[in-house]
Write a protein that binds this ligand. Structure first.
Ligand code: ADP
Length: 414
């Protein structure tokens, strides 16, 4: 089955075309047929497309809205693939959409129908920065492909639906939860879920036995405590702003700061929230960049004090969360790194686990150095009581497989 995986952002559309079926999935042999991005939707857009085994193609063309973006993607797939085995447009069997927020209602991936769309409309004010674009993408794909092509929604929040009450409730008046569903939801769920699944495959451990802390460290960053294969705590909260230090997000702060900064700087609460989302984190501390690779270069080459400080605060916060989650889990077997930073930076991984020797975590320097660029494996020293692993994430594969299983009516146990 060929599944088109769509990730609609505010002004971009990322896609992958993946061939999968129950047998391919069981053998981890799903095929990536094509991928690409439509960037700067709403103006002169930049399109980047690549079919497997072919050179990337780039073009600029006006793309008015998400519907036009979906049309461009389909047009390209049809033209690029006619005459080669993956066939043309007709061979898109289903579409899987990444949806950021599923609220309390969506606890797993679902096939999209009118009722799902109505319930998705209800999540819009929970995630005003993300969900409207995701929803726009679903409407666009439905219009362009017609009702004959099934569509699925896969939620960033769904993996965290197993959080117990004591982990998801804030210690604020309970009626605020009842009236407005103010609680922690957690995000990056598809990534944490994929990594936990791969960890099982790599170690041969049954799902029920998996007790690990996963760290997704990319532009956004979050930690997840996983017991019995389920998420039992995670660092992002009502929105993706809570928790770890991120590229431009502050992560945890004292909420009293919002009012204080607003008063001192003559801003509104919404202005301060924007600062916490867009001008904080690595960028805010360093005053240089949100990009970890550039920050590491600044620290190394120019010994920039604030670049170093931003890196230290990033590592320290991540280490604190590992400690907290080891306590929450009553111990764990492994810490797993993923995301652009987690998969590629031995230096940051070392900075984070430095001081966790106490828990029995000792890195193997050589394995840590080598585990970059998409490699997957253990980086702790042989015999370490708490292991460390690097497992590159692959949210698209999980979205494709969820979609395929929903279309075929097969239960997923990931
Ligand atoms: P997103 O959350 O947008 O998907 P990614 O998971 O791609 O982001 O992660 C992007 C981050 O990964 C950036 O901060 C980037 O600098 C960092 N990164 C990528 N490669 C390296 C590297 N070799 N060393 C350090 N950081 C890296």
């Amino acid at each position: 089955m060929n599944v088109l995986v769509l990730n609609n952002g505010s002004s971009s559309l990322k896609f992958q075309l993946i061939r999968t079926d129950p047998d391919l999935a069981a053998r981890d042999a799903d095929e990536r047929l094509a991928r690409g991005v439509v960037d700067r939707i709403g103006g002169q857009a930049l399109l980047t497309f690549q079919a497997a085994g072919r050179p990337a193609r780039r073009e600029t063309t006006p793309v008015r809205d998400h519907r036009t973006a979906v049309e461009e993607v389909l047009r390209w797939i049809a033209s690029e693939t006619s005459g080669v085995p993956i066939g043309g447009l007709r061979e898109i069997d289903a579409v899987g959409h990444r949806v950021v927020h599923g609220g309390e209602y969506f606890r797993r991936s679902v096939l999209v129908d009118d009722e799902v769309l109505r319930n998705l409309e209800d999540t819009l004010d929970l995630a005003p920065l993300h969900n409207p674009h995701n929803l726009r993408g679903i409407y666009a794909a439905r219009e362009v492909l017609g009702p004959g092509v099934p569509q699925a929604a896969v939620f960033d929040t769904a993996f965290h639906h197993t959080l117990p009450e004591h982990a998801y409730l804030y210690a604020i008046p309970y009626p605020l939860y009842r009236r407005h569903r103010v609680r922690r939801y957690g995000f990056h769920g598809t990534s944490h879920r994929y990594v936990a699944y791969r960890y099982r495959v790599l170690t041969g451990m049954p799902r029920e036995k998996v007790r690990i802390v996963t760290l997704h460290l990319g532009n956004g960053a979050s930690a997840c405590a996983i017991a019995g294969g389920n998420s039992v705590d995670t660092s992002m909260g009502f929105t993706p702003l809570e928790g770890l230090v991120m590229g431009t997000r502050s992560g945890d702060i004292d909420p009293a700061l919002v009012d204080y900064i607003a008063a001192k700087e003559g801003l509104t609460a919404a202005d301060v929230e924007l600062i916490l989302n867009k001008q904080s984190g690595l960028l805010g501390i360093s005053g240089l960049t949100h990009d970890m690779r550039d920050l590491l270069a600044e620290a190394r080459e120019h010994d920039d004090r604030r670049a170093r400080l931003a890196i230290d605060i990033f590592c320290y916060r991540a280490r604190k969360y590992i400690g907290a989650y080891l306590a929450a889990l009553g111990g764990a077997d492994a810490v797993v790194f993923t995301g652009g930073i987690g998969e590629n930076s031995p230096e940051i991984r070392e900075g984070i686990v430095d001081g966790l020797q106490w828990f029995g975590l000792e890195l193997d320097p050589e394995s840590n150095r080598q585990m970059v660029g998409g490699r997957e494996g253990r980086i702790s020293a042989p015999g370490a009581r708490l292991e460390a692993w690097v497992i590159p994430t692959d949210e698209e594969i999980l979205i494709a497989r969820d979609t395929m299983r929903l279309v075929l009516g097969i239960e997923s146990r990931y």
